[in-house]
Design a protein around this ligand. Structure first.
Ligand code: DAH
Length: 357
C-alpha cells in the first residue's frame, strides 16, 4: 500500500495539466482504478484482515483525493496566471513630454518677491478683489471728491435700485489690504500683499487687470531709512545684482506723508537695458510713511505707531527682469508665448537655490 501511495503522490505532483491529472484520478480512484479495485478485494478478506485493511485503504483514498484537488487548484491558478500574462493589455499612456505646462511669469515673479520679503521677516496678507469704496478709498484718506478716485478709472459694481449696501468696486490697488490687515491684527506688523487689481485702461502698458504688491511695516520707530534699506535689499536680490542704487523723488499720495516715488539705477546700451548699473533711472514704485489718518482709520494709534508702505507693479518688474516688451501679452493666453516665457513647474524659487534659472 505504501508503494501505491508513493507512486500516486509522485505522479500527481508531476502532472503537467488538468487533463493528465484527470487521467490519474481515473487510474487511482476511478471505478476501475487501482485503489478502488483494492477496496473491492476487502470482501474476500477475513473479518480480522478487513478491520486492519479497511481503514488503511480509506485513508489512502482520502489522501489521494486531497492531493488531486490541491493539484487541480494549483494547475488552475497557474493556467489563469498564464492567461493573464498573454492577454494583458497596457491601458496606460506615456507622459506627454512634448506638451508640458509652464508657470506664468507673473506667478513666478510673485513667488520670487514673496521669497525675498519672507527672508526679511514679512508675511503675506490677502484681501478681497471686490471691496467696498470705504477700504479702497475713504480709509486710505481718499475722500469722495478727491481727484484720485477719478484718476484710477474705477470699475464700480452694479447696484440694483433700492440696494443700500455700501458701493463695491473692483479694487484699484492693493493698498486696502493695509487697512484690512491692521484692523484685524493691529500693530506692530510687517506684511506684503501681492494680488490682482483693476482699472478701466487699455494700451501697450496698461491692461484692465494687472498685479501689484503692497508692503507695510509698522512699529514704534520705523523710518524712511528702513524703507530705503528694505527696497535696496529687495531690488539687489530680485534683479540678481550685487548692489543697486535707488533714487527717492518727492511725490504725493493721499495715504502717505511724506511720499516718494522710487527709481532704480539702470543703463541703456545698444538698446539693451541693464538694471543695477549706469546712471539712468527707472521708476518702479510709490511709497512713503503711512499717513496718521490711515493708521487711525484702521484702528491703530498714530501717536504710538508709525511705519512705511509701498506699492509696486508686479507685471512691470516682471517685464524688466525677463525682457518682455508688451504687457498685454501676459494676458493673451497664447500658448507659444507661454511656452517661451514660462518657467519649469518644479523650479520653485529660493534664495539659496537661486531665484530664477
Ligand atoms: N496704491 C498706489 C497705486 O496704486 C501705490 C502706492 C503708493 C502704494 C504709495 C503705497 C504707497 O502703499 O505708500 O498707485
Amino acid at each position: 500500500m505504501d508503494d501505491l501511495r508513493d507512486k500516486y503522490i509522485d505522479l500527481i505532483a508531476n502532472a503537467g495539466d488538468e487533463a493528465s491529472l484527470e487521467d490519474l484520478r481515473v487510474q487511482a480512484v476511478g471505478k476501475k482504478g487501482e485503489i478502488s479495485l483494492k477496496m473491492r478485494e476487502l470482501g474476500k478478506m477475513t473479518p480480522e484482515e478487513r478491520q486492519i485493511m479497511g481503514p488503511k485503504l480509506n485513508a489512502l483514498k482520502d489522501e489521494i483525493n486531497t492531493a488531486l484537488s490541491a493539484k487541480k487548484e494549483a494547475l488552475a491558478d497557474a493556467a489563469l496566471n498564464e492567461r493573464l500574462k498573454s492577454e494583458w493589455l497596457d491601458v496606460t499612456l506615456p507622459a506627454r513630454d512634448a506638451r508640458v505646462g509652464t508657470i506664468h511669469p507673473v506667478s513666478q515673479v510673485i513667488e520670487e518677491v514673496t521669497t525675498i520679503f519672507a527672508d526679511m521677516g514679512f508675511s503675506v496678507a490677502e484681501g478681497p478683489q471686490i471691496d467696498t469704496d470705504f477700504y479702497n478709498f475713504d480709509a486710505l484718506n481718499i475722500p469722495g471728491h478727491h481727484p484720485a478716485r477719478a484718476e484710477m478709472d474705477t470699475f464700480y459694481m452694479h447696484r440694483a435700485e433700492g440696494d443700500n449696501r455700501p458701493p463695491h468696486v473692483l479694487r484699484t490697488h492693493t493698498s486696502p489690504v493695509q487697512i484690512r490687515h491692521m484692523e484685524k491684527h493691529g500693530a506692530p506688523c510687517r506684511i506684503i500683499a501681492p494680488g490682482r487689481v483693476y482699472r478701466a485702461d487699455y494700451d501697450q502698458t496698461h491692461t484692465p487687470m494687472f498685479h501689484q504688491v503692497e508692503g507695510l511695516a509698522i512699529d514704534k520707530d520705523i523710518s524712511m531709512a528702513n524703507l530705503k534699506w528694505v527696497l535696496e535689499e529687495f531690488f539687489a536680490a530680485f534683479f540678481e545684482v550685487k548692489g543697486i542704487k535707488t533714487r527717492f523723488r518727492a511725490s504725493h499720495f493721499p495715504f502717505t506723508e511724506p511720499s516718494a516715488e522710487v527709481d532704480i539705477q539702470c543703463s541703456w546700451e545698444d538698446g539693451q537695458l541693464k538694471i543695477g548699473e549706469g546712471d539712468g533711472w527707472l521708476e518702479v514704485l510709490g511709497s512713503g510713511m503711512v499717513h496718521p489718518k490711515v493708521l487711525q482709520a484702521a484702528g491703530v494709534n498714530p501717536d504710538e505707531w508709525q511705519g512705511f508702505a509701498f506699492g509696486m507693479g508686479i507685471d512691470r518688474i516682471a517685464m524688466l527682469k525677463y525682457g518682455i516688451p508688451d504687457l498685454r501679452a501676459f494676458f493673451d493666453s497664447d500658448l507659444r508665448w507661454l511656452r517661451h516665457y514660462g518657467f519649469a513647474s518644479l523650479d520653485v524659487p529660493t534664495l539659496h537655490g537661486g531665484l530664477s534659472r
